[in-house]
Design a protein around this ligand. Structure first.
Ligand code: TYC
Length: 107
């Protein structure tokens, strides 16, 4: 018999339905940046390089995507990591008096 056979027979010849193992993957979250009219482009590029480990060319590309389309993806993470990224980016932006908004949404 295979490892998981949902229909097994016990000693009294009764069919017993086993519980299917719950193996759902934990959800992933996109960390996103939103455009605004005031945050300097260089500051956004710095954020993408420092907090999301992007090489400069990729950071420029993502910054321009946000600038022209209104929103862009910084990376995809587990819930805990995404929440921490959002927190540190928003905190760092406030500290530097920029209105940059970082947020997250389920993939
Ligand atoms: N729109 C900003 C500017 O013209 C640049 C910018 C890009 C701001 C991306 C936020 O997430 C952002 N200075």
């Amino acid at each position: 018999m295979s490892d998981f056979d949902p229909l097994k027979f016990n000693d009294d010849d009764l069919a017993v339905q086993e519980v299917r193992p719950q193996l759902k993957r934990p959800p992933l979250y996109k960390v996103i940046l939103l455009n605004d009219d005031f945050t300097p482009m260089d500051f956004v590029i710095e954020i993408l390089m420092d907090f999301f480990s992007m090489p400069e060319e990729k950071a420029i590309q993502v910054m321009l995507q946000v600038h022209t389309q209104g929103v862009g993806v910084c990376g995809i993470y587990s819930k805990d990591v995404a929440e921490t990224k959002v927190y540190i980016v928003n905190d760092y932006s406030r500290e530097n008096q920029h209105p940059l908004m970082c947020s997250m949404e389920e993939v």
